[in-house]
Design a protein around this ligand. Structure first.
Ligand code: ZN
Length: 227
């Protein structure tokens, strides 16, 4: 029996965090649908991994292609060539990979999808995390809580956003996958690397050098050592 019930919609990126959120969602909701966004990201391979993950778990998966919209309106090394380890062009306190308002836009897109499916209570799950996070302001708990209010007002529907990883470290997300019996699939079916490198390591696929790979590698080692 599910803890929450009814249907939930999960933002699926093809990375580690949304994979773990999906295992959590399948345990807690009667039905789960996945939504991904294609935004002309430099390494669109992550979308292939999102499709693999959705197929593996047998969940319906919809991809919305917003084309060049974010590229036209935002600077980020996930959109244009550049050093991921540098500061963001418009903000010294943020990494170059920050895509302004990306998360807010994705949450708006997935809420539209649920609204069109005529959900009276829109339930959204996202893998945003404040603990090991890259400093993205739109991944903070305070932002998510305010987005929930904004979407509820804008759609005149009850909207709940669940963030099961908000206070988890990367080591703890590995632990969640392991406890769900899905650690092997997590390693094999996800791609988190900012450079889109698919080379396999003990901790997963990636270049092993970008900030995202370093975080994943460190989290895996921490989890392995505490086991
Ligand atoms: Zn990498």
């Amino acid at each position: 029996m599910a803890n929450y019930k009814e249907k939930a919609y999960l933002l699926l990126s093809g990375g580690q965090d949304s994979f773990v959120c999906l295992t959590w969602a399948l345990k807690n909701f009667e039905e789960v649908e996945a939504v991904s966004v294609a935004y002309n990201q430099r390494h669109a391979k992550e979308l292939e991994y999102a499709a693999k993950v959705a197929a593996h778990f047998g969940v319906k998966h919809t991809v919305y292609d917003i084309g060049n919209f974010l590229n036209a309106i935002a600077d980020s090394t996930l959109l244009k060539a550049g050093n991921h380890n540098a500061h963001h062009q418009q903000a010294d306190n943020l990494p170059a990979s920050f895509v302004p308002n990306r998360n807010g836009l994705f949450l708006t897109i997935i809420s539209n999808h649920a609204f069109r499916n005529n959900e009276k209570h829109i339930q959204i799950i996202t893998g945003t995390c404040e603990t090991d996070f890259s400093g993205y302001p739109d991944c903070r708990d305070s932002y998510i809580k305010s987005k929930e209010v904004e979407l509820s007002l804008g759609l005149d529907r009850a909207v709940s956003i669940y963030t099961p990883l908000m206070w988890k470290t990367k080591a703890q997300t590995f632990e969640m996958a392991d406890k769900a019996g899905k650690l092997k699939e997590l390693i094999d079916l996800t791609l988190t690397c900012y450079n889109g490198v698919e080379e396999m390591h003990e901790w997963g696929r990636g270049c092993g050098e970008c900030p995202s790979c370093l975080l994943r590698k460190k989290g895996f080692e921490e989890y392995k050592n505490q086991k």
